[in-house]
Ligand binder design. Structure first.
Ligand SMILES: Cc1cc2nc3c(=O)[nH]c(=O)nc-3n(C[C@H](O)[C@H](O)[C@H](O)COP(=O)(O)OP(=O)(O)OC[C@H]3O[C@@H](n4cnc5c(N)ncnc54)[C@H](O)[C@@H]3O)c2cc1C
Length: 434
């Protein structure tokens, strides 16, 4: 009899279990932590509801949005939806044209972008046209820095546009980032429907927004969601697979391993057939994401809920007053490795307050004096999405055992959508054979 174990309650595991539950396939999800959501989760800190990082989605995140709808989430209410608009301090602004279809909406936006010379705008348009002409496909992967140099992209354009987009999407520095994966993201968000390029800013912490509704849906369809169940070992048995959890064991016909790649070799060491996958997992490198929450006077309001920063350590600032009803609370995000890693938390918060004060002179007296700060650093936030990276495949070579997770081979970098697509694909493989 089919009974699927999904190990890991992050976006990939939840997506897999929800899709199986949708098709009435018996499923049990095991999550080691108290909380679901993995690297996209809400946290409670001294009475404040924060997130482990500030998450944003794109309109092109079709699987994630479809899952949210499946779980009954009102996507209109759950997100603040911004038609493509990129503002980077001090003077760059790109707004997609409202009346033209994709991709003309972005080309027109680039031609009218402020903070760039005509020559710089034209370089961006030429590069976009070149990508479209080549079907967003490179003959050979290379670093994004190399591609930008080959395409004669001026420094200012890189600083205001390509680098912020690369860090936000791939969480990998330009000189290491895979140009092909970057182009995959641009293809999906800029070249199809106009709504694909919208930015979706959550209005709830991510556990409340995604993990909990999906868990409720799985249970409502007859599945099981078990928290604080650390699966220590997976091995073959007569029914298919035996999972060891603390002192107990449970048997399943199928298993989807939706744990992070650095946990996988450990729990599957009794499956020697997975040795090549273990090697691939061990070869992955990681990049951090640091989120610094700064509470200011409750009257503070930024001109927009999400603004890019340039020339300092901070990369993006989010106004949680406008998004989450947390007045005066800003979240500053720093993606990938960098100089900020050498600062103490207090020094980092102080530096970012100064940077904010300099970026928003009209608000500088308020921005110099945070009332409190909280720094959250996820050291292994994502795998480093480097050139020609060999990622493990979903099919493990062992019948009825699949991998799911943002690191599994696919078009996307480590994102919620990459994880959701991967989980849904593993579920589909089981559904098709059931
Ligand atoms: C700070 C930060 C900001 C980010 N911002 C964005 C963003 O804006 N947009 C975006 O799209 N993506 C963003 N990402 C990336 C995105 O969050 C991840 O790509 C995605 O959540 C990964 O999901 P996953 O299910 O593959 O892995 P995980 O979320 O890591 O889930 C794995 C789960 O497995 C559980 N587990 C591990 N071992 C066991 C075991 N032995 N037994 C049972 N359970 C186990 C873990 O506890 C965890 O819950 C961000 C990530 C971070 C850290």
């Amino acid at each position: 009899m089919t009974h699927v174990a999904v190990i890991g309650g992050g976006c990939a595991g939840l997506a897999a279990a929800a899709r199986l539950a949708e098709h009435h396939i018996p499923v049990t999800l095991f999550e080691a932590g108290r909380q679901l959501g993995g690297r996209a989760r809400g946290i409670s800190w001294q009475g404040h509801t924060l997130d482990n990082g500030q998450h944003i989605l794109l309109g092109a995140y079709s699987e994630t949005l479809s899952l949210l709808k499946l779980a009954g989430v009102d996507v209109q209410q759950a997100f603040y939806r911004l038609p493509l608009q990129l503002t980077v301090q001090p003077d760059f602004e790109l707004r997609a044209c409202k009346t033209l279809p994709a991709p003309l909406h972005i080309l027109a936006g680039l031609l009218q972008a402020s903070g760039l010379t005509w020559q710089e705008r034209w370089s961006a348009v030429r590069f976009m046209a070149w990508m479209k002409l080549n079907g967003f496909q490179l003959k050979q992967d290379e670093s994004l820095a190399t591609l930008l140099a080959r395409q004669n992209q001026p420094e200012k354009l890189t600083q205001y546009l390509w680098e912020p987009l690369c860090l936000a999407a791939l969480n990998t520095p330009l000189n290491k980032a895979s140009a092909q994966v970057f182009l995959n993201v641009l293809r999906d968000s800029f070249s199809k429907a106009k709504a694909d390029s919208d930015t979706l800013l959550p209005r709830l912490d991510f556990s409340a927004l995604m993990a909990e509704p999906l868990a409720d849906y799985i249970c409502a369809q007859g599945g099981q969601v078990k928290r604080m169940q650390n699966v220590e070992n997976v091995r073959h048995d007569a029914a298919g697979f035996e999972l060891r959890i603390a002192e107990t064991t449970e048997s399943f016909s199928h298993v989807i391993l939706a744990v992070p790649p650095f946990r996988l070799p450990d729990i599957t060491q009794q499956l020697p057939e997975l040795a090549p996958i273990h090697e691939q997992c061990q070869a992955l490198q990681y990049q951090p994401i640091c989120t610094v929450y700064l509470q200011f006077d409750k009257q503070l309001q930024l001109p927009q809920p999400m603004i890019g920063l340039s020339g300092g350590l901070g990369q993006w600032v989010f106004d949680r007053g406008q998004l989450y009803g947390q007045p005066g609370l800003l979240a500053v995000v720093i993606s990938a490795e960098g100089a900020h890693q050498h600062l103490t938390q207090d020094a980092l918060a102080g530096t970012l307050s100064q940077e904010l004060a300099a970026s928003f002179p009209a608000l500088s007296s308020t921005l110099k004096n945070p009332l409190w700060h909280k720094v959250i650093t996820e050291k292994r936030a994502t795998f480093a999405c480097s050139v020609d990276l060999q990622r493990p495949q979903m099919h493990t070579g062992i019948p009825n055992l699949y991998l799911a997770g943002d690191y599994v081979a696919g078009d996307y970098p480590a994102t919620i959508e990459g994880a959701a697509r991967s989980g849904a694909a593993a579920a589909r493989a089981i559904i098709q054979n059931s």
